[in-house]
Write a protein that binds this ligand. Sequence first.
Ligand code: NAD
Length: 280
Amino acid sequence: MAAQMIDGKALGAQVRESLRTRIAASGRNVRLDAVLVGDDRSAAIYAQNQAKNCAEAGIEYHLHTLPATSGYDEVAGRVLLMNSEESVRAIMVHVPLPAGIDAERVQSLIAAEKDVEGVNPANIGNVVYGRRSLVPCTALAALEMIESTGITLRGSRCVVVGASNIVGKPIAVLLMRSEATVISANKFTVALDALTRSADVVIAAAGVPALVKRDWIRPGAVVIDVGINRIVRSDGKSVTVGDVDPAVAEVAGWMSPVPGGVGPMTVAMLLRNVVEAALR
Ligand code: NAD
């Protein structure tokens, strides 16, 4: 039987609707302040989409643009100024930053309680401690999508393929917090297919097109595909594919598609973090 698809667009739309209601009920203004440095095209398109997504959820969007000639001091100075402003409650910095500016260093300056992408190490630490915090959005998206299937995570066996600081590790920690048994795999993991075959839940976040194959998955398992990879198909067309081979849908019980899965849900989780930060 074919897997049921976990529709990230539909789940994301539900989240946006509930945020609209929550904002209206609060009677307060909710706003996201984003910093865009330089003229990177992909960052500018992302910022444009973000403005649209915010509008749909009833969130104001302030974009602070800085010229491409800005150095670390100017960008850091802008973030510190925003930290100090009472009216600014939710901050994010678009990446990539111009060459020579260390994005992680800039992101770690964002006040933890305003850091809606969860990129300040303090927020990642709080995830480990299980404290109330702003959790990295893609990790939140993956967890929400797993939970939407109704699976009981406590006692389940989960394999997270990929262990980056911003995606794989926080997903693994969130699953541990749900009292699942978690295996964190990376590019040096031996016999990965045997590990994933034993799992109730597989999360693929490696950035390798179609890495997870049909025979890596136990029938009925939940498979979440975080990967976003641009490839050129044999017909010359450039397309976006995930880390999971589409044939996995023939055996999995539930599967998230790419595109239309974790991507749109990640956007929704960012908006939810904005509302959390603003209404705290
Ligand atoms: P990364 O390059 O920082 O980390 C990749 C991780 O995967 C590393 O831990 C590496 O050891 C592991 N890995 C690489 N090859 C592997 C293999 N063959 N077997 C097992 N593990 C392997 O990447 P990232 O930033 O964590 O992103 C991972 C993927 O998720 C990318 O495709 C990225 O585009 C996508 N992504 C999606 C969203 C979203 O919103 N859907 C957000 C962020 C990243």
